[in-house]
Structure formats: structure tokens, C-alpha cells
Design a protein around this ligand. Structure first.
Ligand code: FES
Length: 107
């Protein structure tokens, strides 16, 4: 089997309720992870895309945070309803979904 073309990291870090930094799990990251798994398989990308659950990657207040490498593309506030589009347009088609991008100011 060839190496995957892309690695998709989903932060599923969880902090206690009321923690000042918040966390991606508090904003539904585990549902996003599950939906990504379904879409990657459903769209026939299992051999090309590797899905990885991650700890905190930094921009906690913007979660759920999803990072795609080697593209170095970062998504913020990803919801389950965004996942099919990210999978089709970016993971398969190579075009990041602009409206969900985390920019440098958000870091
Ligand atoms: S908790 Fe997800 S980026 Fe920090």
C-alpha cells in the first residue's frame, strides 16, 4: 500500500468545564472526527487520506480545529455539516475550503 497523500489531524482535546481556554471537544470535535471517518471511507479516500486524533494544537478558542498536512492548511470552527465539503473539495479535489480557514490572526 502506498503512503497516504494527506494526513488529517483533528484535535479532540478536552478540558474541564469552565476552563478559560476551552477545548475542541467542548465544541463537538469528536462528532467531527466520526463524520470525517465516514466521509473519507464513503468517498473512497481511505487509502489516500490518513485520519489522526490529536491533542491540543494551539488555537483552542477556534475549535474544533482540523489541520491537513503536508498542505499546512488549518480549519477553524469545523461542524459536522462542513465535513462532506472539506472531504470532497480539499481531501479529494485539492482545493481548501476558504470560508473555514484559520488565518494567522486567529492563531
Ligand atoms: S484544545 Fe483543540 S487546539 Fe487546543
Amino acid at each position: 500500500m502506498p503512503k497516504p497523500e494527506k494526513f488529517v489531524y483533528v484535535c479532540v482535546n478536552q478540558r474541564p468545564e469552565g476552563h478559560p481556554r476551552g477545548s475542541c471537544s467542548m465544541h463537538g470535535a469528536r462528532d467531527v472526527l466520526m463524520k470525517l471517518s465516514e466521509e473519507i471511507e464513503g468517498q473512497g479516500l481511505s487509502g489516500r487520506v490518513s485520519l489522526i486524533q490529536s491533542g491540543c494544537m494551539g488555537p483552542c478558542s477556534e475549535g474544533p480545529v482540523v489541520a491537513v498536512f503536508p498542505d499546512n492548511v488549518w480549519y477553524r470552527g469545523v461542524a459536522t455539516g462542513d465535513v462532506a465539503e472539506i472531504t470532497k473539495e480539499h481531501l479529494d479535489g485539492g482545493s481548501p475550503v476558504e470560508r473555514l480557514l484559520l488565518d494567522d490572526r486567529d492563531w
